[in-house]
Write a protein that binds this ligand. Structure first.
Ligand code: NAG
Ligand code: NAG
Length: 183
């Protein structure tokens, strides 16, 4: 009793030191996985900030990060589709309205593709994740092209939202390729 009472403070200190070393190791391992994945992104800082914004990313392995990236892509695609809808309500030009209608269809298809990506990820079909993510990229891409082809200026807020959607879906692709064992 004498012995343990006199030694317990230093044992406790040792335990706390070990705990903090361990937790630093874990934190940097997670930070490395996200940093590593995002180094394959066109916009690494946006990728890091987006993945970190999800509470699950703290303890995520590559597969969980893939699901987070799919969820972030889905949210971003849905909010961009809502933006297209609101721009369409305000548009008076018939050509512009037709483009917004195309964009609504295309963003809708991307949302479906991302739902398929979730199913593929769940069943461990990582090639399927890559294929559905590639298909999902067509939505924002086609919408951008519709403006270019018509020689009309895409509203800057839509162009930016489209860029963010594409950056997030590309993160899904990077992760799907890694899960397949291709770096
Ligand atoms: C996506 O949006 C839903 C509803 O707004 C929200 O509950 C969820 O946390 C979001 N997911 C991510 C990954 O941001
Ligand atoms: C948008 O682009 C797609 C693919 O090229 C095309 O099928 C569609 O007709 C275009 N929509 C408009 C309104 O130009």
């Amino acid at each position: 009793m004498e012995f343990s009472r006199s030694h317990s403070p230093s044992l406790l200190a040792l335990f706390l030191i070990c705990l903090s070393i361990l937790s630093n190791l874990f934190t940097s391992a997670e930070a490395d996985l996200i940093g590593d994945v995002c180094s394959g992104s066109k916009n690494p800082q946006f990728c890091i900030n987006s993945l970190r914004s999800d509470p699950r990313s703290g303890s995520a392995d590559l597969k969980v990060l893939g699901q987070i990236a799919i969820d972030l892509s889905t949210n971003s695609t849905k909010s961009t589709k809502a933006l297209v809808d609101s721009l369409k309500q305000k548009a008076s030009d018939a050509r512009l309205k037709a483009i917004y209608d195309s964009c609504l269809d295309n963003y809708g298809d991307s949302i479906d593709d991302l739902a398929d990506a979730t199913t593929k990820l769940g069943s461990g079909d990582y090639q399927g994740v890559a294929l559905t993510a590639s298909a999902a990229l067509d939505g924002p891409d086609t919408c951008d092209d519709n403006f270019t082809d018509a020689k009309l200026t895409e509203p800057p807020n839509l162009a930016e939202a489209s860029q963010n959607v594409q950056t997030l879906i590309e993160v899904v692709l990077v992760i799907a390729n890694r899960l397949q064992g291709n770096r």
